[in-house]
Design a protein around this ligand. Structure first.
Ligand SMILES: [Zn+2]
Length: 133
């Protein structure tokens, strides 16, 4: 069990070279130490500080290469989807502008029609007014 207690020092490479070798030998046959090591490595990977040494970053990148290729594979699809979306939004905006323009036209037509009516009625009023005097 004494060897098992050194697992943390062994993982962080803090034992004397001879002890490191001894632990390596021990870990090969000790299930408890293997589990401890797996756990320690998992924690270490999850808690890598932002300013990790380049070697650690490289190791992590190597581990996540599969993830990177996954994104690389989907990048084209994503870019295409984004392009389609932008085109669709632009198309909708243009359609909306057309609709707005049509609405404007309808409003102008309505206003000018009513202005004509008002003008006509004003002219009639004027005629009536002139006839009165
Ligand atoms: Zn052990």
């Amino acid at each position: 069990m004494k060897l098992c207690e050194q697992i943390l020092l062994y993982v962080s490479n803090e034992l004397a070279p001879q002890q490191q070798e001894q632990m390596a030998e021990h870990v090969r046959t000790c299930l408890h130490c293997q589990q401890q090591m797996a756990l320690l490595r998992a924690v270490e990977t999850a808690a890598v500080p932002p300013a990790a040494p380049a070697s650690v970053v490289e190791a992590l990148l190597a581990k996540t290469t599969r993830k990177k290729s996954f994104f690389a594979r989907w990048k084209t699809v994503l870019v295409t989807a984004c392009t389609v979306l932008v085109v669709a939004v632009m198309g909708l905006a243009e359609l909306h502008n057309k609709e707005a323009a049509q609405q404007d036209e309808a409003m102008y037509a309505y206003v000018s029609e009513n202005l004509d009516e008002e003008y006509t009625s004003f002219a009639e009023d004027l005629e009536e007014f002139e006839a009165y005097f």
